[in-house]
Design a protein around this ligand. Structure first.
Ligand code: ADP
Ligand code: ZN
Ligand code: ZN
Length: 761
């Protein structure tokens, strides 16, 4: 690996390789006479544009130096990447076959993707009144400028309120008379020029000082006595301090995994080390952040979506300086540099939000494993329903196994039953058993959650006479009726149009088939008019704040029935929820995606895990037309071990991941046909290469239309490649992608390559 901060002064121009954020898988040569700093940001002209790239190396080329363009500008004196992050990004770009410039760019905080300077965001100008001024001096210098006097008096006021008047304690430079620029600008917007004049007149002085860092929280002592299983898991993690050691913490919902994280983190922090915690998008709630802050003190920094770019940069900076103890964030936080890394924790490691679905298609869990090996630290993957990949790695002793088999504290796992929809029909989406169970909960002043994985009112709009259905004109999908907005909407391309009551073909009345959250809500409101009902889906809950408000209401028992999508399945601890009803689980049983049963199991276990978290026993009712399905049987018994063995057996027989390595080419075009032809051509290129390179164990499937061929007006196709030997797959892809980039048909389509794809459409 190239060392960062290599410094050399050059008299003759030297050639440098710059990673520029463009969709080409290579670096570009430029010349420079300046000091070369690997990992620094460089401004270059690229075609007609100016782009900011990263200096990756300095090697001579065969092209004469005179023919190369000089770089425009060196933006940094230091590398913006730590050594280990530089290595991690290079590895990730290679592994995911992502253009290196795009990977570097994605790994930086947004502020450093611009030409903004790489300087300490935690300091800002502070002003104070010059000590030892006489009244005459002050009056003569301010007499003819009311604006300057106003500014002076403001600063004086700040000094007086802190009880420290200039001149009284002029020995100390770090006293309370210093007032930050941001405080001043709040009172006197736009006053910087005035303050500049005051400095020139030597009435005040200026200094760069750390801005005040306040964070709520502080150490609390609400700790619990760890169970023997929790203690043993924690011990194994902390015993691995300072060495690469991946762990799979497999613990049922509510078994106290978070307690294990907290204890292991606390140990590392006491040793002066830093901890990186990754959580799925949906789980980064204030409850979770507070729990970490309450236990680990106020040096916990959360990287959440409502931070500004400046705040993100500040967090990044503090982590890099070793000033934070814990960085808590979603996917992209995996690239946050830590000065003294001690431990990485990936909560809900199976969660699909760890995989970036466009551009730089990395999987944050897998990148984190690589990171831990580069930084020589332990890493914990936690889940109640680990991914098949992780289970497989555990069986092959690549991951050490940690297990929590009991719920912590008083609570026990809920009892699960199936409601057979063939013998017990639904009325407006709710069977009699489920209806009675909800009624009982209301009478006992407990809460119910009804889970349905579909927004809107009804997913199918159909004419009873002629069979016409409302379909999206831009996608191969049904329009969904949204009652609250009276719109027909497509959930794939987001297009919408006014709803209609009659068939456009034969004018008969349209009817709605199937169920969405809105219809279930209506159905329950009509049956329980007194009940307080809350609906949580992306239509109703559009902001993080709204989600937090709703969760607070549930926690304080201001709601009797909660109807929701995945939004309610994760992480929340509601002691009064004793019933979880699953409206319909059957789509997950019959999907073309080979991972669909795994996802179904994860979802149902997660949502069931919401029941009976307190000292009341929980109950789960799953409505299904296939009560005898093998998978549902595992779910009924919450038998993850048997489920995973069964699932792995199926994967092995079909030679699917984790028993093989896959990559998926995707293409899309505005013309029907171009995308498929492009991949048919790609297949031919690939097969030729396999023979030329004498690679074994690789099979290239046929190029096919994507399961949903048309999406947002574009026609899509895909091509799956599978290999029993990972190395061979990557050797092939290196050459293959190069030929694709230079093929003639490449301009007619948009294409991408997805390594270890998590969704097959
Ligand atoms: P998980 O992360 O596995 O879902 P949590 O760590 O959130 O589980 O624990 C679930 C609940 O049990 C929390 O309310 C937590 O405070 C409590 N808990 C965890 N460990 C213990 C313990 N050893 N003794 C008592 N209560 C515990
Ligand atoms: Zn009709
Ligand atoms: Zn659409």
């Amino acid at each position: 690996m190239a060392k960062t901060n290599t410094v050399a002064k050059n008299h003759d121009p030297v050639v440098v390789q710059i990673a520029v954020p463009v969709p080409l898988r290579r670096c570009f040569d430029y010349t420079t006479n300046d000091v070369i700093t690997i990992g620094s940001r460089i401004l270059v002209s690229f075609g007609k544009r100016k782009l900011m790239g990263i200096l990756v190396s300095s090697n001579p080329t065969t092209i004469p130096v005179q023919k190369l363009k000089p770089v425009l500008c060196h933006l940094d004196e230091r590398s913006v990447f730590s050594n280990s992050m530089f290595e991690l990004v290079r590895w990730s770009a290679q592994y995911y076959h992502c253009p290196i410039g795009e990977a570097f760019s994605a790994a930086l905080p947004a502020k450093l993707r611009t030409q903004d300077s790489y300087t300490d965001p935690t300091v800002e100008p502070h002003y104070r009144i010059m000590p030892n001024l006489s009244d005459e001096q002050i009056n003569s210098k301010l007499s003819r400028s009311p604006k300057q006097r106003e500014a002076w008096e403001l600063l004086m006021g700040f000094a007086l309120t802190t009880g420290l008047v200039a001149g009284v304690e002029h020995n100390s430079l770090d006293n309370g008379c210093w007032v930050s620029q941001s405080e001043i600008l709040q009172s006197l917007p736009g006053s910087q020029p005035v303050f500049k004049r005051l400095i020139e007149k030597q009435l005040i002085e200026i200094r760069q000082k750390p801005s005040f860092w306040t964070q709520p929280g502080g150490k609390s002592d609400d700790r619990v006595v760890l169970t023997p299983e929790q203690r043993s898991a924690t011990k194994k993690i902390i015993d691995s301090q300072g060495q690469f050691a991946p762990f799979l913490l497999n613990g049922i919902t509510g078994s106290g995994k978070t307690e294990v994280y907290l204890n292991a983190a606390e140990y590392m922090i006491e040793k002066g080390l830093q901890v990186l915690v990754l959580v799925p998008e949906i789980s980064l709630t204030p409850q979770l952040i507070n729990r970490f802050m309450a236990r680990l003190g106020n040096r916990v920094c959360a990287v959440h979506s409502s931070l500004t770019d400046q705040e993100r940069y500040t967090t990044w900076w503090r982590a890099n300086q070793g000033e934070t103890s814990v960085v808590l964030g979603t996917r992209s936080a995996v690239f946050t540099p830590l000065k003294n890394p001690g431990l990485i924790i990936i909560d809900e490691e199976h969660d699909i939000s760890y995989k970036q679905q466009d551009g730089f298609r990395y999987h944050a869990r897998d990148v984190a494993i690589k990171r831990a090996s580069i930084e020589n630290i332990p890493i914990v993957l936690g889940s109640a329903t680990p991914s098949m990949e992780s289970i497989y790695n555990q069986e092959n002793h690549r991951y050490q196994s940690l297990v929590l088999t009991h719920r912590a504290g008083q609570s026990s796992l809920p009892v699960t039953d199936m409601v057979d929809l063939k013998t017990q029909p639904m009325h407006d989406g709710v069977s009699l058993s489920l209806f009675e169970a909800v009624r009982d909960r209301i009478q006992r002043q407990e809460q119910s959650i009804l889970y349905i994985n579909r927004r809107g009112f009804a997913p199918v709009i159909q004419c009873g006479q002629c069979g016409w259905q409302a379909l999206c004109s831009r996608c191969d999908s049904h329009l969904i009726y949204h009652q609250t907005t009276h719109k027909f909407r497509c959930h794939h391309c987001n297009s919408r149009k006014p709803s209609e009551k009659t068939c456009p073909k034969c004018q008969s009345i349209l009817f709605f088939a199937g169920f969405g959250t809105q219809r279930i809500e209506e159905s329950l409101r009509s049956r329980f008019p007194e009940a307080r009902i809350s609906r949580l889906d992306r239509d109703e809950v559009t902001t993080q704040r709204k989600l937090e408000e709703e969760l607070e209401k549930i926690a304080h028992h201001q709601v009797d029935i909660i109807i929701g999508t995945q939004l309610i399945t994760k992480g929340h601890d509601f002691p009064k929820v004793t019933l979880v009803g699953v409206i319909n689980s059957d789509q997950g049983l019959h999907s073309i995606d080979f991972r669909s049963t795994e996802y179904l199991f994860q979802q149902l276990v997660q949502v069931s895990g919401r029941a009976g978290r307190g000292d009341l026993t929980g109950r789960v009712l799953i409505q299904t037309a296939y009560p005898d399905n093998t998978y549902l049987d595992f779910i009924k018994n919450q038998d993850f071990t048997r489920f995973s063995q069964y699932c792995l057996g199926e994967r092995k027989a079909a030679q699917l991941p984790p028993y093989s390595h896959i990559a998926l080419w995707r293409s899309e075009s505005t013309n029907d046909g171009d995308s498929l032809r492009f991949l048919q051509n790609a297949k031919a290129i690939g097969e030729k290469l396999i023979i030329q390179m004498k690679l074994e164990g690789i099979s290239v499937m046929d190029a096919v239309h994507s399961p949903m061929e048309k999406l947002a007006g574009r026609y899509r196709a895909q091509l799956l490649v599978r290999s029993s030997i990972r190395r061979n797959l990557h050797l092939l892809l290196n050459q293959w992608i190069h030929q694709i980039e230079h093929s003639r048909s490449v301009n007619r389509v948009r294409w991408s390559l997805d390594i270890d794809p998590m969704e097959m459409f």
